[in-house]
Each structure stands twice: as C-alpha cells, then as structure tokens.
Design a binder for this molecule. Structure first.
Ligand code: ADP
Ligand code: MG
Length: 726
C-alpha cells in the first residue's frame, strides 16, 4: 500500500496499534452483576426509600399518578446519597432538543453553607425541575431569545443513572424540555404525550373485549443500530468525514461488498474488543444490549438491545450512540452513524421494532392461541395497517433528513414508498376477511372472527423481505426506513399517535355497533375489518420493494412516493397531520410548525456544509494533487521530446481535461453557494436542486482523477484503506 505521508502515517498507526487498557475481566465481574449497577433502579429505590415514599414513586412510574413535592424531596435526597457514594460530584438534567442529539447541563451538588464551607445539596425541586440556558437550541421560532429560558422536567418513567468519566462521575436525570409557555422544545415530551394517547384509546378496545384490569398499555421499541467503524487516523485525514459525517469524495474500491464475505463473518479482534467494552458500559447503565454482528458492508456492524418501553428505549438508544462513539475513540477508531458514509457501499439504518402491550396481557400484536386472543390481535393489527396507509406521508416525513435521502428514494433499501410487508400467511388471513363478508357465498374461505383460530404465523417471517420499509415480523412491526443517525423519538411519537387515531376510530365504530352487547362484538369486528381491508389493503405489499415494477404498481395504487426530504418534511405539517396531533394533544399547531421549520433548516444547513466542504477539498487538496501530477507528466513529455522520442500524450491530455473540468465545476458550485438566502423552504429547495447536483459534478471529476493521479500524490485516504484496514 502506498500513499502520501499522512496516509502512510495512518496506516502505520493502524499496524502498530496496541490496546491501551487491560483486557476486560468478565470473570471477575460477571455481566449479571454489572447490569444496571449505575442505575437508580427500582431495586435501589426499594432498598433506600421509606416504604410509603417507594410506593408513591412506583405509582407515578407505573400508573402515571402525580408526584408530590414531599416525595420528590425524599427521593432526591436518597438519589444524591447514592450518587455521591458512587463518586458523583455533579448532577445533570439530560434532555433531547430538536437537533436529535442529547444535551446535558451539569450542576455541582455543592452549595456554600455560610461558614465559608460547603454542603452537598440536592432538593426535590432541583430533581424535578432545571433551567438550562438552552437558548441556542433550534426551536423553529417558538421561543425568541429574549425569553430564552426553557425548563427541564424530570421524566419519572426513565430512570436516573450515573455516567462515568475518567475524572469523575455525574448523576444524570432524564428530563423533558419545555418552554415556560408549556410548549415542547424537545423530542421526549411529544413521545410521552403520544404514548399516553395510545394507552387511552387501546383501553377502549380492551374494554370491549372485557380485558380491562387497569394495567397501562405501553408502546414497546427495540431499535437495531447499524454503524461503521474505521481507524481514527484515516478519519482525521478526511475533512469530509470529520465535518459532514460522510465522504464527499472517493472512487469505488476494486473490491467492495459484492462478495458478501463480511456479512456475519468473524469480527476483527480490535473491533470485537471495542464492542465488548461498549456493551459493558451500556450494561452498567441498564441498557439491555443483546446482539452484535457484522453487517453487509465492509467495516459495518450492528448492535441491538432487547426491547423496552418506547420512552426508555429512546433514551437508551441515545446513550447507545454516545457510548459507541466514546468507546470507539478509546480503541483508536471512529464510529460513524451517518446513513451513507461511503458511496457505492451499503448505508446504515436503524430498524425500529414497534409494538404495544400491557403487563397483564402481554404483547397485543402477538397472535394468540385462542379465538378471543386472535380477534383482539387482528383488531390491533388492522389498526396499524389502517394507520400506516392513512398517514403514510407523515411516516415518510419523520424519517426525512439529508442523510437518509441517500437510502430512501435512492437505489437502496428501503424505498421511499411506505408500504407494509405482512408475510404470506397473515396476508392470506386478511384476504379471507376482505372477501368473506358475504358469508353464505364464500363460506369456505371465510375466517370467522372469534370462532376460528389463526394458522400458526411464522415468527421473523418478515426477515425474508428486507426491501420493505415497514414489516410485520411475527409479533411486532419493524420500521426499517429509520436512519442510523436519527433519534427514534419522533418516529415512535408518530407511530403511537397514528395508531392511537386508528384505534380510536375502530373503538368508536365497535362501541356503536355493539351498543353494549358483547355478543355482537365478533360480527361487528368481522364487518369492520373487511371495510378496513377494502379501504386500506393497498398499503400491503409483500414483493420486491426495490423493483421498478413496484414503483409503477404503487403509483397505480395511489401510494405516495416522496423521494426527497424537501418533498417529505412539509408533510409533517400537512392539514391532516396538524389535526391529528392536535386531536390527541401530542403537538399543538405551533409545535408542529416549529418542527417543520427546524427540520427544513437542518436539511438546508447539512447540505450547505457539504457543499462548502466539497468546494474547499476540491480546491485545496484535490486540485493541487492533480496539477502536481499534471506537471510531472508534462515534464516527462518535455524530456522525452528533448531526447527525440515520439510518444503519445494520452494521460497528460486526460489529466489536463479533468483538471479543467474540476476547476470549472468548482466555480459552478461556488456560484450556487453564493446565492441570496430565502425562507427555510426555499433554502432547502435550493440545496436539493442546485447544491447537490453541483456537488455531484465536482465529485465525478475528482473521483475519476483519483483513478489516474499517482497514488503517492493523492491526499485523501482511499475507500480501500478506510474500509479494509482494521
Ligand atoms: P430480527 O432479528 O428478526 O429483526 P429479533 O427477535 O432479533 O428479530 O428482534 C429485533 C428487535 O426487536 C430486538 O430489539 C427485539 O427486542 C425487538 N422486539 C422483540 N419483540 C418486541 C416487541 N414486542 N416490541 C418491540 N420490539 C420488540
Ligand atoms: Mg431486524
């Protein structure tokens, strides 16, 4: 392997890499003991809180009962003692602003006591409420800076934990972030509201089935995270990866992923060491990581936890991304969560497995063993089908951002068309319901709700079709179109809300049709499911989502195909979406509007950064390398000519032509960048229609040059190096 000095240094650092710490000793501290050791868990609370206080806090966690201040004071004091015993000096309210990242504000436990000394203090009020100066977070115009302060409010349902750092530890308290006028400035608040809406509506269905025992219906989520690991030396030699999170240049390597030899292959030693330490850190925080494996692309991996309550899973997912990045650095690597870090190589997604259930009834999307359970399952399953069809544009909008555009709508899974994969068996069941309305004529193929049992549905059947953006996988739906870098809060918020709306509509109908007579329920369900399938069955598609035929078919079915973020993001603010969020008190029209604005702004900014980087790298790294080579070639030609050789100048001609094109296209890009700013939507549109095409042209010439210019002159680590040297 050759290359210029920076690249050779990187390669030598990779070769000479030595682990910086002792190997982890899982025999000394078994993972079972480690698990949740840094969490102020219910077990710790039970141990440390007076019984009535423990009972009261548990009522808040499990049933949503209000939290009184005297309870909060006692909890805060116990939490502080526990944290200080674990070496904590500070506490932090952790919140999740609209950037999709995690934010924390740290405060010391110490307060002066008036004698020139200090005492450790932490009151219920400090636990419950904080006031970060979050004025610089995007709010989409909700909160002008003169009234900048929002406050953070403890989310009792997500447990407090201790985050370790080499120089001390911090007590972290998951919180919601809201403005003084009560508007949500974050991603957690709407999710909590949506989960509440789902519970309220689901209870009505359970009541019809006589299945009420008061236990909450909660949404569950299991997010599978895909990511890349590359050596940090390469990363630092790539300004594009460092600043934009993805490579803006890079010719395809001679060997890519076509052999599939990386997929589920043996995990390289350093990578495995890094994964194990990441997992250990996550265990301590009570994040139940379960599986790890290589993904399709070289250098790509996946990690998945066991599912949890959607709100907790969301907080844990944020921690997982933080921990992946933090630990990777310790091992001399960088974890890249961008959806498409390398062109021509598989991108990364985050499959969000979604379901809902209650402590007493279990998973409500699990087909049961009895006709009663099956009928209930079919009702909830139909609710999801109806929801996804009715609100497909909204679902598309919550996964729309600059990074994910490289997957959705491009020639990569899953497509931008939202559809549901149900699997053959379940599709067959719903088909029977659909055609079986007139029981007399089609009695043979009719499945009688409440009488017949379902054929056994294969678990994981959905995995046979990886091209679907939304797949039923035996007892849950898997939303596969979510991007690897994004917070799962908003996708889950949307899912909870649209399913709540569907369940509401279904419950209203069934309540009217049965009029309190449980004996009429099965017939009413049969009729209603049939209607739902007639109206919404078009969303079901079990075939190849990548195929051109599907694009045509989807169009014929009237399914929206929103290829880019600029088309998709405004759907979050559509009339239907605004109405929906308002009706279920998930987001006010103003909160919706602010989110659309922030998303468009983030899209425009992300592309603008990429465009500026493209111009800069083209001018300051690639152009100089190209003209050096050009000059070398020219000198050789002149020398050859001087000694009387006849020769052709093909390579020199080609390089000269490419250098000219590179220069011209860079000028074009600069011109596109220099435009007058407009509204956020205009900016986003400009990014899509002007900046991206201009960037693509520059890249094309640069990548061609990479295949011609002498390797020792090429300044950027190659795809080959980044993806294959581990
Ligand atoms: P697969 O490998 O087929 O995708 P897994 O069984 O490994 O399926 O599950 C993938 C993810 O789905 C895991 O995070 C798992 O915990 C999660 N999951 C399983 N059941 C549920 C459920 N009821 N609700 C939400 N997520 C679930
Ligand atoms: Mg999966």
């Amino acid at each position: 392997m050759s290359g210029n000095k920076a690249r050779l240094d990187a390669i030598s650092a990779v070769i000479n890499y030595k682990p910086i710490s002792e190997p982890l000793n899982f025999a000394e501290t078994p993972t079972k003991e480690l698990f949740a050791s840094n969490v102020f868990s219910t077990a710790v609370m039970k141990q440390r809180l007076p019984k009535p206080v423990y009972k009261s806090i548990m009522a808040t966690i499990q049933k949503g009962a209000p939290l009184d201040t005297s309870t909060a004071d006692v909890v805060a004091s116990a939490m502080k003692d526990w944290a200080i015993e674990k070496g904590a000096t500070h506490y932090a309210h952790v919140f999740y602003p609209l950037t999709g990242l995690t934010a924390e504000k740290h405060d010391s436990f110490l307060s002066p006591n008036g004698d020139g000394l200090a005492i450790a203090e932490f009151s219920g009020e400090q636990l419950i409420q904080g006031e970060p100066d979050g004025s610089s977070f995007p709010t989409g115009g909700i909160r002008p800076t003169f009234e900048a302060r929002g406050y953070t409010a403890w989310d009792v349902t997500s447990l407090a934990y201790i985050l370790e750092n080499p120089n001390g530890t911090t007590l972290c308290i998951p919180t919601a972030f809201v403005s003084w006028t009560g508007e949500a400035l974050d991603k957690k608040t709407p999710l909590l509201r949506a989960m509440k809406a789902l519970n309220t509506q689901a209870q009505r269905i359970l009541k019809l089935f006589g299945d009420t025992d008061g236990s909450l219906v909660t949404s569950t989520a299991g997010p599978e995270q895909e990511y890349f690991l590359i050596d940090r030396n390469f990363f630092l030699a790539r300004p594009d990866l460092m600043t934009a999170g993805r490579t803006l240049f890079g010719a395809a390597p001679a060997k890519g992923q076509e052999f599939d030899d990386h997929y589920f292959g043996a995990i390289p030693e350093r990578v495995l060491a890094c994964m194990m330490e990441t997992e250990r850190e996550l265990y301590k925080l009570g994040v139940p990581v379960k599986t790890r494996h290589n993904e399709v692309a070289p250098g790509q991996y996946e990690v998945a936890p066991v599912f949890e309550n959607a709100n907790v899973a969301t907080d844990h997912q944020q921690l997982l991304m933080i921990m992946l990045k933090r630990v990777a650095e310790k091992y001399g690597m960088v974890c890249i969560t961008h959806e498409k870090p390398f062109a021509g190589v598989n991108g990364s997604g985050k499959h969000v497995n979604f379901s809902f259930g209650s402590a007493s009834l279990g998973n409500l999307l699990e087909p049961g063993d009895t006709p009663h359970e099956n009928a209930r399952f079919l009702v909830f399953c139909a609710a999801v089908i109806r929801a996804v069809d009715k609100y497909a544009p909204l679902l598309r909008s919550v996964i729309a951002h600059a990074g994910n555009d490289h997957r959705l709508g491009a020639n990569e899974a899953p497509p931008a068309i939202i559809s549901i994969f149900l699997g053959d068996q379940l599709t067959e069941v719903f088909e029977q319901i659909k055609t079986g309305g007139a029981k007399s004529s089609k009695a043979k193929s009719t499945l009688n709700i409440g009488v017949d049992t379902l054929p056994p549905l294969p678990l994981h059947s959905g995995d046979r079709n990886r091209t679907s953006p939304f797949a039923f996988t035996g007892n849950k739906f898997e939303f596969r179109a979510v991007g690897s870098s994004q917070s799962i809060a908003t996708p889950l918020m949307a899912l909870n809300t649209i399913v709540a709306e569907s369940i509401d509509a279904i419950a209203t109908r069934l309540e009217a049709d049965t009029a309190g007579d449980a004996g009429k329920l099965d017939d009413a369900i049969q009729k209603l499911l049939q209607e739902i399938m007639v109206e919404h069955g078009r969303i079901i598609f079990n075939g190849d989502g990548y195929s051109e035929a599907w694009h045509k078919e989807a169009e014929a079915r009237g399914l929206p195909n929103l290829r880019t973020s600029v088309e998709a993001i405004p759907e979050f603010g559509s009339e239907a979406a605004v109405e929906l969020f308002k009706k279920y008190n998930v987001l006010s029209p103003r909160e919706v509007e602010s989110r659309v604005e922030v998303k468009l702004e983030q899209y425009a900014m992300a592309i603008a950064v990429e465009a500026k980087l493209t111009a800069k790298i083209a001018k300051t790294m690639i152009f100089p390398a190209a003209i050096r080579y050009q000059s070398e070639l020219a000198t050789t030609c002149a020398n050859l000519k001087a000694v009387g050789y006849s020769f052709d100048t093909n390579t020199l001609d080609r390089v000269t032509e490419l250098v000219r094109c590179l220069q011209d296209s860079t000028v074009e890009l600069d011109m596109a960048l220099a435009h007058e700013g407009g509204s956020v939507f205009e900016e986003a549109e400009h990014a899509l229609k002007k900046l991206i095409p201009a960037m693509n042209v520059v890249r094309e010439y640069a990548d061609t040059l990479e295949t011609i210019v002498a390797d020792d002159l090429w300044p950027l680590p190659s795809y080959q190096e980044m993806l294959f040297i581990k």
